[in-house]
Design a protein around this ligand. Sequence first.
Ligand SMILES: CC(C)(COP(=O)(O)OP(=O)(O)OC[C@H]1O[C@@H](n2cnc3c(N)ncnc32)[C@H](O)[C@@H]1OP(=O)(O)O)[C@@H](O)C(=O)NCCC(=O)NCCS
Length: 434
Amino acid sequence: MMQPDAQTVDLDQVSLEQLRNEGLDYRRVDPADEPALDNLTRAIARGFIEEEPSEETVIAARPGQAGRRLVGVFDATSPQAELPVATVGSWIAPVTVPGGELPMWAVSEVTVAGTHRRRGIARAMLEGELRAAAAAEVPLAGLTVSEATIYGRYGFGPATWHTRVSVDTRRAGWAGVEPEGAVQFLDRDATAVALGELHERTRNSRVGEIPGWPLLWQQISGAKPGEPHAAAIRGVRYIDGGGELRGAMAYRIIESDEDWARSRLEVRHLIGETPEARAALWRYALQHDLIGTVIAQLRPVDEPLPWLLADARAAKLKTADHGWLRILDLPAVIAARSFAAPIDIVLRVADSLGFTEGVWRVEAAAEGAGRVTAVPGAEPDIELGVAELSSLYLGGVSARSLAEAGRLRGDAAAIASLDAALHIAGAPFLSIWY
Ligand SMILES: CC(C)(COP(=O)(O)OP(=O)(O)OC[C@H]1O[C@@H](n2cnc3c(N)ncnc32)[C@H](O)[C@@H]1OP(=O)(O)O)[C@@H](O)C(=O)NCCC(=O)NCCS
């Protein structure tokens, strides 16, 4: 699918005016202007409470910003006026949706300096991003969040969830397959390449995924210069019985001071193209000598790991929200996805920013794409906010759950029919932070 280029999209004039009235300069940072880009990198690190990045780290971050639409907010009265007091970066990424993919305005690097917090700068930047995305006719925005309380007010809702897994290896045992292929070590650069290749090959099989980028895989595998603990990061791949690459894993072992023979293995990324590859990599981690605990973040909520263990209770699972979405163009997102059952209902959507506000008839045939028509004045079957609608869109949460929590209102039959239509096989999942 051809993606429009976010870098060609103009700054939002409403936000520019709002920030100018605060004495602040809202402007684009050219990724080709290295001193300006490096200051943006320093401001982002400060915003995410990291230590001052070394020159090596700042330079290493440059390629990760290529192709992004970078925006800084500058305060000319600051003694460090060249360092933005707020930052945001965005690009347009295809997100996998049921039955296809759709351009998504990916928002990242949202920071506001401690000296300028709670003056409405993040609000101006976020609303500016959403208006810019809508002006570019991008139907959906997405982000991953530091805190679950920040983005609902802009109409974002959690749409994919992840599980943190912690396994007591002494208790776990193994009840899974005996893989036919082989696990082999890779150097850090080769691990980055293998992770990137496998992610690209598999991302369309998981609703909610977006593409990664080379620097992300280099960071995960420890190949990015200046990456903390890089020397401790190791990589392996799994090749199947025919010698084909089917899986890869980057991990780090943290030695235990108390009992060296019960050290901790932290999986940084585990990806398998086949169930056998995933099982083989899990088995490698769990049966690694001198390891007492294996920990992995960012696993899907339908992770089959406990079923691979002789003692499923050796695995402790903790689930949290991960990928958040914000619908901007309801007819476009409904037309882009397939539906599991026929539907014909009227929704009243509340959207304080106006993009999806209104009364809409949503129709689809089973297995078909949907159609949305504005029906102002029609009696709605279901009333909900755009954040809840955005959470429902990928099929990861049921309308019934949201109704029970008082997050939407409607007729029970209409709620059941919405759930039947939105249902997907396999939980939506996003395996990376962005
Ligand atoms: C989160 C952050 C960007 C907010 O910036 P800010 O300029 O202080 O936010 P604003 O003044 O524009 O606040 C806008 C609204 O969000 C709310 N808000 C801001 N930060 C919040 C937080 N951390 N948790 C909950 N609500 C928050 C404000 O109360 C305000 O609410 P209202 O307008 O509905 O009354 C800033 O605190 C920050 O940089 N934090 C550290 C980095 C981070 O977590 N970034 C987010 C990455 S996903």
